[in-house]
Design a protein around this ligand. Structure first.
Ligand SMILES: NC(=O)C1=CN([C@@H]2O[C@H](COP(=O)(O)OP(=O)(O)OC[C@H]3O[C@@H](n4cnc5c(N)ncnc54)[C@H](O)[C@@H]3O)[C@@H](O)[C@H]2O)C=CC1
Ligand SMILES: O=C([O-])CC(=O)C(=O)O
Length: 329
């Protein structure tokens, strides 16, 4: 029997968590032989609802679920955490951009960053899902003194999955044929889903999909606006697909990436591709044999891509500049 891995999920009584917790406990995220301790953080008014979720987790009788701790105390929630999935925060409503949530959600990540630094395990890794996730991750990272910056991630995998699904549908192939899709920049309507380096059945996308106007136009805007389209249709933001993307992100970070491929997640920029150091920016990423991660280097960036990347990186800088008072050094 392996030693349990402790996973903390915040916003544990919310929509995303209602899908995510059951996927984690079933073994989808960390493997079919990996026992899990779940530590679940909520705000006091949601503790009753959380109690109901805990009852359901117990009722599912998951063989891998070792322990469940529901709490409204961040230090108790992050105690010994190996993985922290920071989902808890308010979702946007129709007509809002994700960055409009900065005022409401940003400050949550100060206290959570500090509590992670005090209480989590030495090998802690943190994936921020709550929006605006890049800048919330930046706030958490700056407030988690002593935790290395390469442990902080923000989720752009849902965007990658959406891009793959759009490309597969257009090409009339199964989604598993689509590889090498990088999302650059911010998880926002400025993100750049890079089709120029993507492949379908091992061939460049541009050789398989000849409709360049669609690739440069509707493809990009559909991916950029998909979250808003879901809110319009469902009356609530994506939850099950977001949970699934969080599972995919952690699994990709925890397992070696297949040769030649990459995945998307926002990490602390080291200056690669000229993107300002210290921004939490989405890049093409590979997980290495030793369990670390690296930014895929040397991808060709044409003029069209560079313009798109500049726009989204500029937005990240603006968001960072708007929260300077929340960033501690
Ligand atoms: N990065 C991405 O791709 C995606 C991000 N999101 C974002 O994820 C976040 C959560 O979405 P939902 O689960 O649908 O929202 P929800 O409103 O259903 O659940 C959020 C939960 O967080 C809790 N919460 C609020 N403040 C908290 C705090 N300080 N500590 C712990 N818990 C706290 C609330 O009580 C609530 O139960 C939103 O910000 C949403 O915009 C949603 C979809 C995709
Ligand atoms: O659009 C939203 O507000 C929720 C989200 O991040 C997404 O679905 O990508």
């Amino acid at each position: 029997m392996k030693t349990p891995i402790t996973v903390t999920v915040t916003g544990a009584a919310g929509q995303i968590a209602y899908s995510l917790l059951f996927r984690i406990a079933s073994g989808s995220m960390l493997g079919p032989d990996q026992p899990i301790n779940l530590r679940l953080l909520e705000i006091p008014p949601a503790m009753n609802a959380l109690e109901g979720v805990v009852m359901e987790l117990r009722d599912a009788a998951f063989p891998l679920l070792n322990e469940i701790v529901p709490t409204s105390d961040p230090d108790e929630a992050f105690a010994g955490a190996n993985w922290c999935l920071l989902v808890g925060s308010v979702p946007r409503k129709a007509g809002m951009e994700r960055k409009d949530l900065l005022d409401i959600n940003g400050k949550v990540f100060i206290g959570q960053g500090q509590a992670i630094a005090r209480s989590a395990a030495k090998d802690v890794r943190v994936l921020v899902v709550g929006n605006p996730c890049n800048t919330n991750a930046l706030i958490a990272m700056h407030n988690a003194s002593g935790v290395p910056s390469d442990r902080f991630f923000a989720m752009t995998r849902l965007d990658e999955n959406r891009a793959k699904s759009q490309l597969a549908e257009k090409a009339g192939v199964h989604v598993t044929e689509v590889t090498n899709v990088a999302i650059w920049g911010n998880h926002s309507s400025t993100q750049y889903p890079d089709f120029t380096n993507a492949k379908i059945g091992g061939k460049p996308v541009t050789e398989v999909i000849k409709d360049t106007e669609w690739l440069k136009g509707d493809f990009i805007t559909t991916v950029q606006q998909r979250g808003a389209a879901i809110i319009k249709a469902r009356g609530a933001s994506s939850a099950a697909s977001a949970a699934s993307a969080a599972v995919d992100t952690v699994r990709s970070l925890a397992t070696q990436t297949p040769e030649g491929d990459w995945y998307s997640v926002a990490v602390c920029s080291d200056g690669s591709y000229g993107i300002e150091k210290g921004l939490i920016c989405s890049f093409p990423i590979r997980t290495t044999k030793d369990g670390g991660w690296e930014i895929v280097q040397g991808l060709p960036i044409d003029v069209f891509s560079q313009e798109k990347i500049d726009v989204t990186v500029n937005e990240l800088k603006e968001e960072r500049d708007a929260v300077t008072s929340l960033l501690q050094h």
